[in-house]
Design a binder for this molecule. Structure first.
Ligand code: PGA
Length: 253
């Protein structure tokens, strides 16, 4: 049985005060379920990581990075290593979020190095995949997602693969208010699980959690979570409103 998993990606939002307030509000209202019936993670901006880890210290909500660099240390100005994230109290890290792929122009090869380095550094990577609107219109969703997964996971051993979560986030649904219907999402999630079984084995495919992301709100969370292969939600905009994010977490239980 896969435990539901809800992650809130704050992106480049909040400040030192609001990050702590938001984290505390979420922790206070989910104290009886977070870490028990649903895994919850908050992914704040790097600079507020320690504040948020402190604010969540008495809760079972995990913290994660929104990105990571694959080198262990050295002259990589502006970058953050997996070891640093781990040291700061992170358990998870996003790799290949669509904004990194399409705004910062990260390649599948770079993302693959990040996934691998994250696991070596003791983090649980969340590999994000998803097609652009033009790719969906051209019926290329399966092809694009397959390529992103094959390249993103290239060279990863079965043991390392057990640390991976995949997030399917159709790019056209992120921050747009449009979201994939539960059926559209389920179709891609099921395809991903079958692909992982082919690349690895049935056990890994059945254990692996696949999150859906893209305009998730309190009022669509339940229907999405009812789909057989949707194991959790990666939430952007709605994770910045305590009440909305709390309702999403509760809907995922
Ligand atoms: P959204 O973002 O919920 O604001 O669409 C999701 C994401 O980018 O992870």
């Amino acid at each position: 049985m896969r435990k539901p998993f809800v992650a809130g990606n704050w992106k480049m939002n909040t400040d030192s005060l609001t990050s702590v307030g938001l984290a505390r509000a979420v922790a206070d209202s989910t104290i009886d379920i977070a870490g028990e019936t649903v895994d919850v993670a908050i992914l704040p901006p790097f600079v507020y990581m320690c504040n948020v880890v402190g604010a969540l210290s008495t809760s079972h909500i995990a913290v994660g990075g929104q990105d990571v660099y694959f080198e262990q240390k050295g002259a990589f100005t502006g970058e953050i290593s997996a070891a640093m994230l781990k040291d700061a109290g992170c358990a998870y890290v996003l790799c290949g979020h669509s904004e990194r792929r399409h705004v910062i122009k990260e390649t599948d090869e770079l993302i693959n190095k990040k996934v691998s380095a994250s696991i070596s550094g003791g983090l649980l990577p969340i590999l994000c995949v998803g097609e652009l609107l033009d790719e969906r219109k051209a019926n290329k969703t399966g092809e694009v997602v397959k390529r992103q997964i094959e390249r993103g996971l290239a060279g990863l051993s079965e043991e390392k693969m057990l640390a991976v979560t995949i997030a399917y986030e159709p790019v056209w649904a992120i921050g747009t208010g449009l979201n994939a219907t539960p059926e559209q999402a389920q179709q891609v999630h099921s395809m991903i699980r079958i692909l992982v079984e082919k690349l690895y084995n049935k056990h890994i495919a059945e254990e692996m959690r696949i999150l859906y992301g893209g305009s998730v709100k309190a009022d669509n969370a339940k229907l999405l979570m009812e789909q057989a292969d949707i194991d959790g939600l990666l939430v952007g905009g709605a994770s910045l409103k305590a009440d909305e994010f709390i309702a999403i977490i509760k809907a995922a239980v």
